[in-house]
Design a protein around this ligand. Sequence first.
Ligand code: ASP
Length: 318
Amino acid sequence: MTFRQRHLLGIEPLAPDEITTILDLAESYVALNRQPMKHARALEGLTQINMFFENSTRTQASFEIAGKRLGADVMNMAMQASSIKKGETLIDTALTLNAMHPDLLVVRHPNSGAVNLLAEKVNAAVLNAGDGRHEHPTQALLDALTIRRAKGRLHRLTIAICGDIAHSRVARSNLLLLGKMENRVRLVGPTTLMPAKVADLGVEVYDDMREGLEGADVVMMLRLQKERMDGGFIPSEREYYHRWGLDAEKLSHAKDDAIVMHPGPMNRGVEIDGTIADDINRSVIQEQVEMGVAVRMAAMDLLARNLRAEAEPGGVMV
Ligand code: ASP
């Protein structure tokens, strides 16, 4: 096993063998999670605090379940009701929590880079649960596990990431991970929703959905992130669906066995047709949610092993 990280702040610092280590360990947690008795002891005695400064359904629930299944004491901070509202800075809040000796801090924040900043100020291992447009590493890892299980490998696949790329931390983390594992990544969507330096990313870019999906093994749809838009990025939702929404006809351009993914929450009828999302022969959206719990268990387990090694004289990281 190789995992040299102190924190999980993004995919960027991870080496391919560290990604494989997380996914392999997550496989054992998939099996555990399918048993009636789901308890393990990897985080026993440790305290996990979840700090979500932005709304979350899947990510927060799965981090909480993951921590509890591994035996941690898990606390969810209600950030809407916390002293942040009274003007306390992120760093003051972090230092206050730090004094309570948490071991794992799971943080989601609307500002890119806020989680990295926080990690510099605390002793706990910090897991980034999504920061602005920057990274969402556990999402990319759960997507990778879903792809590996569906396709039997995680290399030399053609993966089309479609839609609102510019505002998406999911797209960014996936692009990094899938590139490190030597896949062919295509970005598909309107030019107004492509990142500014898209030409430097080393990927193929399409604004025509049918061309972008031609021969793809994986079609990854993204949510249209209206909350991060401050201008007229799309003509109208109806027009957007017409040109970039995934329906059966557009999907027919991908390989016959192509899988359809979406990180959630979905805007049905905007970026994806509801019947495609619910088609159990094509859509792996529910598997993504299942893999999310297992991947978060694996990530926290590995970070906890490194915390323990650090605490022992002469300890070594896994
Ligand atoms: N749930 C994902 C995120 O937090 C995707 C999304 O919100 O569209 O980034």
